[in-house]
Design a binder for this molecule. Sequence first.
Ligand code: ADP
Length: 459
Amino acid sequence: MPIRLRLTLWSCLIFGFLLAAITISIYLVHSTSNYKEQDRILSKISLHIRGELEKEIKEGGSLSEARFSLEKFSLNGVYVLINDASGNYIAASLNPFRAPDAPLPDLRKMKRNLHTFTDPEFGRFRMMVTPVWDADRVVGYIQAEISLKQIDTSLARLKWLIFFVTCTGLFLAAAGSWFLARKALSGVEIISQTAQAIAVSQGFDRRVLYTGAKDELSQLAETFNEMLESLENAFVSQRRFIAYASHELRAPLTTIRGNLDILQRMKNIPPEDQVEILGDTRREAIRMSKLVADLLSLARADAGQEIRMQIVDLSKLLKEVESEIQAWDKKVSIQAEWEPSVMTWGNEDLLKQLLLILAENAVRYTPEGGHIMLAAYLDSRHCGIRAADTGIGIDPRDLPNIFERFYRSESARMHSSEGSGLGLSIAKWIVELHGGNIIVTSVPGEGSDFQVRLPKIKE
Ligand code: ADP
């Protein structure tokens, strides 16, 4: 059932219940007080007449000889009949509202003294039967009757009025809540239409155009738009990532295929050329497998895969990395410094990968004869790694972008064809995963200094 209909039904139900409770209470209070007032009038008149009759009997008269006239009483629309002890009619007032001979049940058999009867012509009337006593003997009955027709008619009118007011009230409540629910839910409708359109077309650049008042719905629309923006960013960078990745993979594959084609087609290639072609093919294959390994690292980063952590000695890692680099074919000098034990909490493989990325970049972007310094250090609150070089440096305009995936500065491209632009984005992920940060200071043409600060293990 749509929310709009549910809201309308609920408000009608609550409003109807309240209205019914109020009007029924009014009706009941009104009718009870009216009927009670009739009983009070009957009782007042009956007791008054009985007093007069009993006084007359006491003075020596009898009921049948009583010389009183009922007309001397103010009867207020009450019809009074006097009967003897056996129920025979003696006297009656002159204002009958019902046929005097209308059949009545045997009054003597009745236990209560107040009764309601219905006359086919005059409608309902109320009767009070009061015995008249002579000492301890009942000598007759006073039968006082009052018509309920007027009250019945006015209560019947009141009933219709209540019915009419309740129906109109319910109708207005239904129309009002239907209108309000429509107004309130129009924002939700706009949001759901936008979501549907996005689901069909994947157009994450769409936004919800909500023009209503500043309320919960405008907040929802705003949040939805923010979510769309981050989805759009993720979607765009995902696409860019795929495009870059396939482009980067295609380059070494093209070289490998080209080299293999040459080897297959040309039979008489001199052995030294063959060696060169095979060396080139091998380098491209190595580059490709490194690229694939980097892509895998980033995929792991994106998947938020859980990483096993342990105590890691950064000095030991730096020692290993230094001896690996010393074995590379390079034209720069390397100096490594470490304090005896630089302990942090982390993943050994990832921290080694971080060291290798920084060291490899330093080697790659430092021209022949340059100098590289690697260090693992401790200060009062942190432990850290440093990779400084006297290389080509980084232009300040490139600095904000170097941690982006596939970003390579113009000067880096000119200086080296190696590299894919993924190293520093992996480095940043590793550092953040370990709760640290990475700071770069660099002067173009003079060198760069990468400093990684990691949490220190408290002794
Ligand atoms: P790449 O594979 O290009 O080295 P990285 O993500 O490791 O990719 O680095 C991104 C960019 O940061 C590099 O292209 C280069 O412009 C710059 N960069 C990184 N390290 C250095 C460095 N030691 N000296 C100069 N530039 C660097």
